[in-house]
Design a protein around this ligand. Structure first.
Ligand SMILES: Nc1ncnc2c1ncn2[C@@H]1O[C@H](COP(=O)(O)OP(=O)(O)OP(=O)(O)O)[C@@H](O)[C@H]1O
Ligand SMILES: [Mg+2]
Length: 344
């Protein structure tokens, strides 16, 4: 197994600094130094091509300090490539990146905690030793690292495993250890690439609560995830990319508000014929016992309810809401691809 963590740690230390010189702010618009300082992370026109694949294309992002920011997109959208460029594991072909107003240097890199997409710790090292070693790379003393690591292991309910070899832990337990490695040095900016992948619901909830706690104490978190319901509950702001290009970004609440309350969320049992009304219903998205119904602009929800009752349908919930992030994601991505993936 590859020692990915070591490779990555070495990668951070050895990779060249990005092209923008330290004091060059010419690529920002007016008052840009102040402007960049106001953000935890600024990406300005960043692109990366791998042979024929344009993985990231002129991406501009601004992430406020203290935000929990969701970087979303379908498989192959360019999320991991973007995060790797922030980590200096890949150099962008063009554009610039700044963290808390500064270009990416070794010093700035020490402010960042990173959970990579490909998990991997030293399999034959003991859990506590690996955490102390990785914290040491970020400048934390051995005694302090031991203290912090023990406290985190306890919090994540794997304290009894501190003396075991990493290889003897389950996949989810290894992931918890790797999450601890990303937060042990108390980073100002935490970058988590798919932090919930492979975790059971209980552990996913524990990680989610820790993330919310870190944000409450002022950390900025960039999260890549396909779990739309988690992102919707947690994130302040999002950016949706596809084919390396930005489709949508902004505060989550204002994105949802733009759509307005144009969606019915209905829980019911019985004949679903009341949904087959093309004059009112633009599309439906079924989730087992619940259906999301995107209404046409002139649809009257009361008429749909009346039609359901007339058919003897049993209604448990009937609510007019803004569309879910899941629905917005599917609509934006399917529109780009000229398909209707979002249901009927
Ligand atoms: N090292 C590489 N060499 C060649 N192509 C690459 C490399 N890394 C990424 N790509 C390509 O760049 C594109 C973006 O990949 P990336 O891993 O950033 O997507 P992603 O949004 O993280 O997807 P996922 O949700 O599946 O993790 C893909 O087409 C991928 O095949
Ligand atoms: Mg990825």
């Amino acid at each position: 197994m590859l020692d990915l963590m070591l490779e990555e740690c070495e990668g951070w230390r050895n990779s060249r600094a990005l092209r923008a010189p330290q004091n060059d702010v010419s690529h920002y618009s007016e008052n840009t130094e102040d402007h960049a300082l106001a953000y935890a992370m600024v990406a300005e026109g960043v692109s990366k091509r791998f042979d024929s694949v344009m993985a990231v294309s002129k991406l501009t992002l601004r992430i406020k300090p203290g935000a929990l920011f969701g970087l979303l997109g379908p498989n192959g959208a360019g999320k991991t490539t973007t995060l790797r460029m922030i980590m200096r594991m890949i150099d962008p072909d063009e554009g610039s990146l700044r963290i808390f107003g500064e270009p990416l240097t070794d010093r700035v890199q020490d402010w960042i905690g990173y959970l990579p997409e490909e998990r991997g710790l030293y399999p034959r090292m003991k859990v506590l030793d690996v955490l102390v070693f990785l914290a040491g790379l970020k400048g934390i003393s051995e005694s302090e690292a031991r203290k912090r690591a023990r406290s985190w292991l306890e919090r994540l309910e794997i304290a009894g495993w501190e003396g075991k070899k990493v290889v003897d832990l389950s996949k989810g337990m290894q992931q918890k250890v790797q999450f601890i490695a990303s937060v042990l040095h108390e980073p100002r900016l935490l970058i988590l690439d798919e932090p919930f992948a492979g975790l059971d619901p209980v552990n996913a909830a524990v990680i989610k609560d820790i993330m919310l706690g870190l944000r409450a104490r002022g950390s900025t978190i960039i999260l890549s995830s396909h779990r739309m319901e988690q992102v919707e509950m947690m994130c302040d702001a999002i950016c949706l990319i596809d084919g390396g290009q930005k489709l949508l970004d902004g505060e989550l609440q204002s994105i949802k508000r733009q759509y307005g309350k144009n969606t019915l969320r209905i829980e019911y049992s019985g004949d679903d014929g009341f949904l087959q009304q093309p004059a009112w219903v633009e599309k439906t998205n079924h989730f087992g016992g619940m259906v999301e119904v995107r209404l046409r602009p002139d649809a009257d929800p009361q008429e749909i309810l009346k039609s359901a009752v007339e058919r003897g349908v049993r209604i448990y919930r009937f609510e007019l809401v803004e569309p879910s992030l899941n629905e917005i994601f599917i609509e934006k991505v399917s529109n780009k691809h000229g398909q209707n993936l979002a249901g009927d």
